[in-house]
Design a protein around this ligand. Structure first.
Ligand SMILES: Cc1cc2nc3c(=O)[nH]c(=O)nc-3n(C[C@H](O)[C@H](O)[C@H](O)COP(=O)(O)OP(=O)(O)OC[C@H]3O[C@@H](n4cnc5c(N)ncnc54)[C@H](O)[C@@H]3O)c2cc1C
Length: 467
């Protein structure tokens, strides 16, 4: 137990009132589970909340919001706890923790799924794949569905079915006044627009309702690896090849040291590689034909692209991003992989030191680009790629050096940056948040914030201040 945490003062009368009816545990410094419950995914961030209100249901969320208002404690909202900058925890404040709210209900006939805010991506996939369906979401199964969806949600199905928010039908939300509202195309459509990318600025979403689409359950998916020094050639070929690929295919290019996983032969482990990772969300035979030219390019070191359960592919990156390691990210949307961009990427890939660093370049386009640019706050509809320059170490050792590598790499890419995905931002200030939405959508979000949260009660997020 940490001594800093025991000094925090809380209004005891207000706390007694909260405890009288709260169904979930309320965790304080000194409680046996405090150190476990305050942990978030990014091990480089270590915060000590005054209280962690672990909500068991919507009534608890309402009570926690009202308690936050009454006491004036700063409030952080936590679902999956995977915020890169650690926005789901706060020193000396109240964490409204939804991670115990894990209910999922799939209606296969109506092709809809309802999920509570604490659900993780792998859990939603597991329930929906039982019916051969899925919601487009992210690429690591232990990420929270709530935070990911509220920022947009990019992943392996995005070119076929769009962002997570493009399949969102409605949300239940608790406002800054502790009131329950629903938002959909028909009910509070302004709010529904805002939550499809505007993050946690407008309230706490307790339930999400998604449209489901057929996926797999078997897909053609997996990585093909080349030596990292081949990166300029691989990327130049890749750039031309993806121009004509169908929306069923989404790819990610990753540079890293080959990990010590069972699928990687021992002689390859620790070798610097560039990989193109495929996921074909259509018939496997069709996928084989589509990916063949890329798979056959040059002399791959290893080809792990095969027919497999979609669930297995979704979990592929899990061992590379476990909770507790130290992570630093910088990100940018890029219009295209121009020669200059390729040279910067290939050059910086060779400079990374940590065996744990792996930086993905997502292929965008397809269904994402066919949704109107103003239909949601998300700003990357016309971008070609999103790069996430992820610096990772196991602990503090070597972290500063790897972080500087990420910063320098990102600075070199800055002239080519068209926008940035809000869920890939660190604590980078208001200009960057404006860039994540574009000026017009940012102003619209600000106006919405004035309606739903004029006091900026929900401010520990990628904040859109009301004024
Ligand atoms: C390993 C890893 C892999 C990732 N992969 C992808 C990916 O493939 N695609 C992608 O799009 N993103 C990805 N992300 C980014 C991810 O979308 C964000 O980190 C997101 O915030 C995580 O959601 P969470 O619920 O786990 O986060 P939390 O840390 O719990 O929450 C983050 C923020 O979201 C808001 N929030 C969370 N829950 C609620 C709620 N119920 N109501 C209102 N506001 C809420 C709050 O402002 C909170 O500060 C990844 C992140 C990690 C760490």
């Amino acid at each position: 137990m940490d001594t800093i945490a025991t000094d925090i003062k809380v209004d005891e009368a207000a706390l007694r009132d909260l405890e009288a009816s709260f169904r979930g545990p309320i965790v304080r410094p000194g409680d046996p589970t405090y150190d476990q419950d305050r942990k978030i995914w990014n091990g480089s961030i270590d915060r000590h909340p005054a209280l962690i209100a672990r909500c068991a249901g919507v009534a608890d969320v309402i009570a926690a919001v009202r308690f936050g208002r009454r006491t004036g404690l700063p409030v952080a909202v936590r679902s999956g706890g995977h915020s890169f900058p650690g926005l789901s925890s706060v020193d000396g404040g109240l964490v409204i923790d939804l991670s115990q709210m894990r209910g999922i209900r799939v209606d296969p006939e109506a092709r809809m799924a309802r999920a509570q805010a604490g659900v993780l991506l792998g859990e939603l996939d597991r329930e929906t794949q039982a019916f051969g369906m899925a919601v487009p979401s992210g690429i690591v199964t232990h990420t929270g569905m709530a935070g990911l969806t509220l920022g947009g949600g990019i992943g392996w199905l995005m070119r076929k079915y769009g962002l997570s928010v493009d399949q969102l039908l409605s949300v239940d939300l608790i406002t800054a006044d502790g009131e329950f509202v629903k938002a959909s195309e028909k009910q509070n459509p302004d709010l529904f627009w805002g939550v499809r990318g505007g993050g946690g600025n407008f309230g706490i979403v307790t339930d999400f309702e998604f449209r489901l689409n057929p996926v797999g359950p078997t897909v053609l998916a997996g990585p093909v690896l080349w030596p990292m020094e081949e990166s300029p050639n691989v990327l130049r070929f890749y750039r031309e090849w993806i121009k004509d690929v169908p929306d069923e295919l989404t790819t990610i290019v990753a540079h890293r040291y080959a990990p010590p996983l069972p699928a990687i032969p021992p002689e390859l482990r620790g070798k610097p590689v560039v990989m193109v990772i495929f996921c074909y969300a259509g018939p496997v035979e069709e996928g084989e034909r589509v990916v063949r030219p890329m798979r056959e390019f040059g002399s791959p070191l290893l080809d792990l692209c095969a027919a497999k359960p979609f669930l297995a592919h979704q979990a592929m990156f899990d061992p590379s991003f476990p909770p507790g390691w130290w992570y630093y990210f910088r990100s940018a949307d890029l219009a295209e992989l121009s020669d200059d961009v390729i040279d910067i990427v290939a050059d910086n890939a060779l400079k990374m030191k940590s065996l744990l660093t792996a930086f993905p370049i997502f292929q965008l386009g397809g269904a994402i680009s066919r949704v109107g640019e103003d239909d949601t706050p998300y700003n990357g509809r016309k971008a070609g790629h999103t790069i996430n320059i992820n610096a990772t170490t196991e602990s503090a050792q070597g972290f500063d050096e790897e972080r500087d590598w990420s910063k320098n790499f990102w600075s070199e890419l800055q002239p080519y940056q068209t926008s940035v995905y809000v869920n890939f931002l660190l604590d980078e200030g208001e200009d960057r948040i404006r860039q994540a939405y574009g000026p017009a959508r940012y102003d619209r979000l600000k106006a919405l914030k004035r309606t739903y949260d004029p006091d900026n009660f929900f401010r520990l997020n990628q904040n859109i201040p009301p004024n």
